[in-house]
Ligand binder design. Structure first.
Ligand code: PHE
Length: 346
């Protein structure tokens, strides 16, 4: 038995074959196990000698199995080392470093600034219902402001309504207020920004059919126009990194705010170049105002108790000003030379 088992162990050329030998010899129904069981039928003296012999055999076979297993594992490792050998003298594969697109960079920067002021970030769908993009924002179907929006409409639905590509990020104001009005009533102010894509049927050197805006919305019981001015002043000076950047809040009209304003920043223009700072000239940069009571009411928020402000600005616009990018269209041309020039290393 010993000679046969040792021969079988020597012949086993895989861990599985070795395991078979182990089970056949030492398993619950194995040969050696069987002989051990038979010991019970012998008298005491014979049981002792046979028992000792069997135990020695068992130990010897177990040790041989272990040694064979180690040997097989080593052989396997040798084989893998040989087959996976690396030639470290080969030339390395060419790699191209990616760049952060200036729009993404700008969104990251403005999110960090508003984040530090306690704003959280919201998103909304690009394909919007008329209700969120216009109606709830106090822009009814016959309102002249609709013309200015150069809206992309999707095909009519059977019920007569149609979806639009959102023309601004303001519908996210509505979605946020409708969702959070109960939390507001429990004493949690609304304080969100929404950076994202917007769409208008318009294409020239300063307009793209797809562009980005960032919306801001603050609603609580005490927020007033002074907070609006303070918040935007703080943001613009931090974003452009100019401590004394002059700002002008100029009365303007948007159906969803009252009063409404546009904000101009100080600049100078010389030979196609634009420089920001205290130079006496002005450049319009964003729209803002106190949220219209009708808009609050449309969202189920009591306008006699709550108030707040909203603003919206073009992200390409502020990115162009900050990074000296002269042509809007280049943002979307996927020209790698452009990206290498203006893009940001991760
Ligand atoms: N939604 C306006 C636009 O696209 C900007 C705006 C937002 C104005 C919020 C006032 C308040 O022009």
């Amino acid at each position: 038995l010993r000679t046969r088992l040792l021969a079988e162990i020597a012949r086993a050329d895989s861990p599985a074959a070795l395991e078979q030998v182990r089970v056949a010899a030492l398993g619950r129904k194995g040969e050696i196990t069987g002989l051990m069981k038979d010991l019970g039928g012998l008298d005491a003296e014979a049981r002792k000698t046979a028992g000792q012999a069997l135990n020695r055999l068992k130990d010897e076979i177990a040790a041989a199995l272990d040694a064979a297993q180690t040997h097989l594992a080593e052989a396997e490792l040798e084989r893998r080392l040989a087959s996976e050998r690396l030639d470290v003298t080969l030339p390395v594969a060419h790699e191209t470093a990616g760049r952060i697109h200036p729009i993404s960079q700008t969104i990251d920067e403005l999110t960090a600034i508003f984040g530090a002021m306690g704003f959280s970030v919201e998103e909304g769908p690009h394909i919007e219902d008329d209700f969120y993009n216009f109606e709830a924002l106090n822009i009814p179907a016959d309102h002249p402001a609709r013309q200015e929006h150069d809206t992309f409409y999707l095909a009519d639905k059977p019920d007569g309504t149609r979806k639009v590509l959102r023309t601004h990020t303001s519908p996210v104001q509505i979605r946020t207020m409708l969702r959070d009005k109960d939390k507001l009533a429990e004493g949690h102010p609304i304080r969100i920004i929404c950076p994202g894509r917007t769409f208008r049927f318009d294409h020239d050197a300063t307009h793209s059919p797809m562009f980005h805006q960032v919306e801001g919305l603050v609603i609580d019981e005490t927020t007033h126009m002074g907070h609006l001015k303070g918040c935007l002043t703080e943001f613009l000076r931090a974003f452009f990194d100019i401590d004394d950047l002059p700002l002008r809040f100029r009365p303007s009209y948007f159906p969803f705010v009252e009063p409404g304003a546009e904000v101009d920043i100080g600049c100078k223009r010389s030979g196609g170049e634009l420089k920001l700072g205290n130079y006496g000239d002005w450049l319009e940069i964003l729209g803002c105002g106190m949220v219209h009571p009708k808009v609050l009411a449309n969202c189920g928020i009591d306008p006699t108790r709550y108030q707040g402000f909203a603003f919206g600005m073009g992200i390409e616009r502020i990115a162009m000003l900050k990074y000296g990018i002269p042509d809007l269209r280049t943002f979307y041309e996927s020209d790698l030379r452009w990206l290498r020039h203006y893009g940001f290393l991760p």
